[in-house]
Design a protein around this ligand. Structure first.
Ligand code: SAH
Length: 273
């Protein structure tokens, strides 16, 4: 979804500075569509000046903002409409957090523009505005003081929207599901048998080796295919070692006689519980 298809709507904002700061907030996150409903404070030269000053390098967003009198006009052409609210206890309206809101807006925004509506500084959105919203988005905050400054609320939502999907892209799609915890346990037992059998892991002096290896493999989030490869390697190198009752024979290992105890620092034994 192109970022520009999310419309940020400020409903009756009273402070021109907040309007400018909201323009800046959305531009910094890559958005450009701002709609202002009943922004009377921009009618004066002083108000416009303050908004421009706070918009800083986002004066273009401010100048291109849609200026309308009603929320319905601001939402023209939009599909999904979410209302931003600090107050979470609303009956019969679904609520979501900013991350869920980002996911919904991206999904809905594929077909038509979507909107997030922000309320006035003093009272927030009333039921009349919420009637036009499909769901509420609430920024988790201090239960004793949950009301963010208007432009800051815009910033948080815009940030989550801009981030959506970016972390996912960094993680390549895997064809196989992650290995189950049961499969991981079988792998660790297999690995331990081989390590003990080889003499690398001395049961009387383990030096946290298995914990280190667990941390190493758990960090990588092995999928089932990768797990099968590792189990296959262990079995190919040490035939029969995949069975739980396997015991090493004299022919199974040879060569380097160094053990984990030679490689890991002594204090590892008691560290890191
Ligand atoms: N006093 C009002 C809050 C006004 S703040 C009230 O109690 O509702 C102005 C606007 O910023 C709100 O209408 C809302 O759209 C947004 N906002 C502020 N804090 C928020 C939060 N924690 N979660 C979601 N939106 C928030």
């Amino acid at each position: 979804m192109p970022l520009s298809t999310v419309r940020f709507v400020l409903f009756r904002p009273s402070h021109p500075g907040n309007i400018g700061a909201a323009a800046r907030a959305i531009k910094t996150m890559g958005f450009s569509e701002l709609a202002l409903v009943g922004a009377d404070s921009l009618a004066t030269e002083g108000g416009r000046g303050e908004a421009r000053a706070r918009a800083s390098g986002a004066v273009d967003v401010l100048e291109n903002a849609m200026m309308v009198d009603t929320l319905a006009e601001a939402l023209a052409g939009c599909g999904l409409v979410l209302g931003a609210s600090a107050r979470t206890r609303r009956m019969n309206i679904p609520q979501m957090n900013p991350r869920q809101c980002a996911a919904e807006l991206h999904k809905a925004g594929r077909t038509r523009p979507a909107a997030v509506v922000f309320g006035p500084e003093t009272a927030g959105l009333t039921n009349a505005e919420l009637d036009l919203c499909h769901a509420l988005v609430c920024i988790p905050s201090n239960p004793d003081y949950s009301s963010l400054n208007l432009a800051m609320a815009v910033q948080v939502i815009a940030y989550e929207l801009s981030r959506f999907g970016s972390e996912d892209k960094a993680v390549p799609d895997t064809e196989a599901p992650l290995a189950s915890s049961e499969e991981m346990e079988l792998f660790y037992q297999h690995l331990e048998r081989v390590l003990v059998g080889s003499g690398f892991l001395k049961p009387h002096n383990p030096r946290n080796l298995m914990r280190r290896l667990r941390r190493l493999f758990n960090r990588t989030q092995l999928d089932e295919n990768e797990m099968n490869i590792l189990r296959g390697i262990l079995s190919a190198l040490v035939p029969g070692s995949g069975k739980p009752d396997w015991k090493p024979g004299p022919q199974d290992f040879g060569g380097d006689s160094r053990s984990a105890a030679d490689l890991l620092p002594p204090d590892e034994q008691s560290a890191d519980t």
